[in-house]
Design a protein around this ligand. Sequence first.
Ligand code: ATP
Ligand code: AH0
Length: 372
Amino acid sequence: MGKIRTAIGLMSGTSMDGIDVALVRTDGEARVERGPFLGVPYDPAFRDRLKLSLEGAKSILRRKQRPGELATIERELTLRHASAVTEFLDRCGLDRSSIDVVGFHGQTVLHRPDDALTVQLGDGPLLASETGIPIVYDMRANDMVHGGQGAPLVPAYHAALSGTIRDAKLPVCFVNIGGISNLTYIGADGSIVAYDSGPGNTLIDQWVETYAGIPFDQGGMIASEGKIVPELADLYLESPFFTAGKRRSLDRNDFLPPSGADAELADGARTLAYVAAASIIKSAGHLPVTPTLYIVCGGGRLNRTIMRDLADLAARQNADVISAEVAGFNGDAMEAEAWAYLAVRSLEGLPLTFPGTTGVKEPVSGGILARP
Ligand SMILES: Nc1ncnc2c1ncn2[C@@H]1O[C@H](COP(=O)(O)OP(=O)(O)OP(=O)(O)O)[C@@H](O)[C@H]1O
Ligand SMILES: CC(=O)N[C@H]1[C@@H]2OC[C@@H](O2)[C@@H](O)[C@@H]1O[C@H](C)C(=O)O
């Protein structure tokens, strides 16, 4: 058994809603003790600046470039992560000296797997000097250097958790419904197959923000009052993404929201919730075996319309859908926990990604260590 380390994971996902902070004690292999979690939301003004940074990032050709405002935003984002760590430690009554490492995801502003280009804003050395804790950052890049899609990286953590699922036998399929959705299938023999499965909440968020002035459809309430517009759903579900021979990881802008002319507010939200659910089932069609159990993590599990559609579609294949909590996990903390776990794996030189998860040529480690 390897050394047990105490790690904090920091995730700012594609929804750009805030920083998730989680603590894990782990050897980076099968031993995982999950600790506390804190979500630190971004204020609307910073969220708007982050969204604008996606535009600025479109001109990036090399991953270190920071055109226009990006350098300023990266610094501010990093300082916000440092404050989030301090707040987390204070609330938990922990001293920074008790933390061995922080896994820092940063904010993805550009992801072009076809060009082997992925850019996460986040200054690891600055975070190390601000927190006084060793930081592992930039965990996607090495995967791409070795021919991988650079995402998803959470599957190694799902695999570690799969041994601890309440009342469940393998195979099992973890689904993360964040801005984008991704799934991880763990076979009865422990084999892992994972990939991005399609648009998650990001289309719904953009739709209700533009046409109702709210950041997300709480509980899926707006969607629950609408009806599916089949032609609009088909526009998304007939994308070549779902039928391509090779699984490809997604950029937030690979699927764009509809225009106001396409649907009424509630019908648009309803259709996009259905698209989120149907995307998962369509993409699961590429798995080696049809799953019998989906464990759903990420903010999308709180959208009851998505969950109802997902349960209905899965039932047609005799599969059950449960939220992460029913399986004994915290569906909000999963990605931040994963970044803590991956940071420890990085310190140990263990692989973060595998041919079955990102399509990388061989299992590879990754991440850069910044010491305070
Ligand atoms: N109570 C709720 N009801 C409905 N939807 C919700 C609720 N809470 C969160 N969400 C949705 O979940 C999103 C955030 O999910 P999450 O934090 O899992 O995404 P992320 O980590 O940013 O994305 P990704 O996993 O793609 O990186 C919000 O933008 C919102 O759309
Ligand atoms: C490039 C990038 O940041 N991708 C994210 C995004 O959000 C969900 C999905 O697309 C997933 O592939 C990935 O994040 C998770 C945390 C992952 O790497 O497992």
